[in-house]
Design a protein around this ligand. Structure first.
Ligand SMILES: [Zn+2]
Length: 341
């Protein structure tokens, strides 16, 4: 079985504006690295538009209709989020690719998958576009997974920004566990450690709020001490990753200090987790990442891990700042997971 990549030049039809960091060049950079150094055991798939029904599993009808009404036009949706004539098509393809990647993995037609899409999705709320995002691709994929028989889903978000939209969609539920590491306080302002879910979903939202400057070793501590034990206890049927590369040390927006090796280590431990709990069913979805060279190299490293060509470990030496953030998250979760981790 192969690692399937959803990658298509039509994602470059979405133009958020001149000098906007979320540029078509991001995917061009990724495609160029993958073309220059092809990875054996991978295939490239052609995305299709998400259906209305797939989008409505997450989004309000008014939001879907609003985005679709702007097909072929330009519009400013919020101070950071704009549409060009090709944006609605790209957003439909991004959500469709997220669903197809997830279903291919669930049905055993792919060993694992990476949906290399834009616009990104994790800031999009049920009823509005936000923070460069039109539709919440990972949330749409998680709902599709549930409809395709996955009883429990893990969404892990390592983008430097908190995935507010994803959290809000699932925060009152236990079937979709949401784990996020992010710079805090930072855009969008949510993601404090005491945001642990709502009602019966309490404990199923896990936020590790990190100060800027965190390293590969710090992320290693977050994954090994928080995410992995909770994820093993949840026993997901599929693992979805909001893979943002803006924690990279070269990123012009994020303030973290992560390297390509760090992202490869994150992918390695998620692959190992998926092998342990759900027959390797792992899907990465592209979120942020704004230094073109760092983005291309980091994605390439992660695809090599998915294809079984490399496996990385986190270095030792987590900082006191990371240890404090981990302790705050564990304290906020109280005994929700402690009996099982
Ligand atoms: Zn981001």
């Amino acid at each position: 079985m192969t690692t399937r990549l959803w990658c298509d030049s039509r994602f470059e039809l979405h133009v958020a504006g001149p000098m906007h960091p979320e540029s078509p060049g991001r995917l061009a950079a990724i495609r160029s690295v993958l073309d220059r150094a092809p990875i054996a055991g991978t295939t490239v798939e052609v995305p299709r538009h998400a259906t209305r029904e797939e989008l409505l599993a997450v989004h309000r009808e008014a939001h879907v209709d609003h985005v679709l009404s702007l097909q072929g036009r330009s519009a400013q949706l919020d101070p950071d989020t704009a549409m060009s004539p090709g944006s609605a098509d790209a957003a439909l393809l991004a959500a469709g690719a997220a669903v197809d990647a997830t279903v291919a993995v669930l049905e055993g037609r792919a060993a694992n998958a990476f949906a290399l899409v834009r616009p990104p999705g994790h800031h999009a709320e049920a009823d509005q576009a936000m923070g460069f995002c039109l539709f919440n691709n990972v949330a749409v994929a998680a709902e599709a997974a549930r409809r395709h028989g996955a009883e429990r889903v893990l969404v892990l978000d390592w983008d430097v920004h908190h995935g507010n939209g994803t959290q809000h969609v699932f925060e009152a539920r236990r079937d979709v566990l949401f784990c996020s590491s992010h710079q805090f306080p930072y855009y969008p302002g949510t993601g404090a450690p005491d945001e642990t879910g709502v009602g019966e979903g309490t404990g199923y939202t896990v936020n590790v709020a990190l100060p800027g400057g965190r390293t590969d070793a710090d992320y290693g501590a977050v994954f090994h001490d928080v995410f992995l034990p909770i994820a093993r206890a949840h026993r997901p049927d599929v693992v979805l990753v909001s893979a943002g590369f803006d924690p990279h040390r070269a990123d012009p927006i994020g303030g973290m200090n992560v390297t390509e090796r760090g992202f490869a280590a994150m992918t390695s431990v998620m692959k190992q987790l998926a092998d342990e709990v759900c027959r390797g069913r792992l899907v990465l979805l592209l979120e942020g990442g704004y230094d073109l060279d760092a983005l291309g190299q980091s994605v390439h490293a992660c695809v090599e891990v998915l294809a079984g060509r490399r496996r990385d470990e986190f270095p030792d030496g987590a900082s006191p700042e990371a240890r404090a953030a981990i302790a705050a998250t564990r304290a906020a979760l109280g005994n929700v997971w402690s009996a099982r981790t």
